[in-house]
Design a protein around this ligand. Structure first.
Ligand SMILES: [Zn+2]
Length: 104
């Protein structure tokens, strides 16, 4: 049994309740459904933002490799750092992408 919020007085009510014990507002089936859908939506948004960050890291790593001339001082370090960023980005993207594949 979980708790949902009353749409009128914002107090916590049992999911099983027909009416809000405080203000008597009827708890509709829609409100019950919404409380179940919202956590799923939030998780998806977080995963979406995470995969954007993962792609951003891959992009920064790629830019580092392309932008830093190999002959210049620290070129090897820059390249190694860029490759490391791409690997981190790929691993991160793989980790945050896994829940998406499971839910499908
Ligand atoms: Zn209420």
């Amino acid at each position: 049994m979980s708790l949902i919020r009353c749409q009128r007085c914002d107090s916590q009510i049992s999911e099983e309740a027909e009416n809000c014990p405080k203000c008597g507002y009827p708890i509709s089936t829609m409100a019950k459904l919404k409380s179940k859908i919202q956590p799923i939506k939030q998780t998806k948004t977080i995963i979406g933002a995470q995969s954007v960050y993962a792609w951003l890291i891959i992009l920064i790593g790629f830019v580092l490799i392309v932008a830093v001339p190999y002959e210049s001082f620290g070129g090897i370090i820059g390249r190694a750092f860029g490759i490391a960023l791409i690997i981190i980005g790929l691993v991160w993207g793989f980790i945050v992408g896994l829940p998406k594949w499971w839910s499908q």
